[in-house]
Design a protein around this ligand. Structure first.
Ligand SMILES: CSCCC(=O)/C(O)=C/O
Ligand SMILES: [Fe+2]
Ligand code: NI
Length: 180
């Protein structure tokens, strides 16, 4: 279940409160319990997974979460697996750990591990969202954010795309208030 860190150092664990905070930015957060990780437990446990195993997970997951695709018009989806042995983790962090927007929406469903997202509230304060297993997050096009892995350096995430080119980052000038 997601946890929200506010700029005064306090945390919010109540899902409906977090949803309310994010709604102001047009961001959707939902938690689906049970999720689909139980359908492929041995693959979720593996640190590395092959491309065909990824395709299998995506097909099975999407057969359960078809409504998400229909609701939002997602054209395609894939599985990104980040783990401590992944190559170029520093490049990944440098690319997505800076505030950016996309011309299309960014939507994810987390199968395992943790991800961190940062957002700017209308009053200029910054918030940090820890996304956890079975959480679904939808960030509309044009909403400023950054994204990173947590200290465990591990996540398996389904990404939903509405354009062929995926998510190209348009960097903004906002600086991160949090150290990651
Ligand atoms: C959600 S994993 C890929 C990172 C990425 O493309 C992005 O835009 C994060 O904000
Ligand atoms: Fe992004
Ligand atoms: Ni982990």
């Amino acid at each position: 279940m997601a946890i929200l860190l506010l700029d005064d150092g306090t945390t919010e664990n109540d899902l409906s409160e977090i949803v309310r905070e994010l709604e102001v930015l047009g961001i959707k957060l939902r938690h689906y319990d049970p999720g689909t990780s139980l359908l492929f437990p041995e693959l979720i446990e593996q640190e590395t997974i092959t491309d065909s195993q990824k395709r299998h997970i995506v097909v099975v997951h999407n057969s359960v979460f078809e409504f998400l695709q229909q609701e939002n018009g997602y054209l395609w989806s894939d599985l990104l697996n980040i783990h401590p042995g992944s190559p170029n983790l520093d490049t990944w962090m440098a690319t997505y750990g800076r505030y950016h927007t996309h011309n299309a929406s960014e939507a994810i469903y987390l199968l395992a591990g943790e991800m961190i997202y940062g957002f700017v509230k209308p009053d200029g304060s910054q918030i940090q969202l820890l996304v956890q297993s079975q959480d679904y997050l939808h960030i509309p096009a044009g909403v400023e954010h950054w994204c990173s892995f947590s200290a465990c350096l591990h996540f398996k995430v389904i990404r939903y795309f509405t354009t062929v080119e995926g998510w190209m980052p348009n960097y903004t000038d906002t600086h991160q208030q949090f150290k990651i």
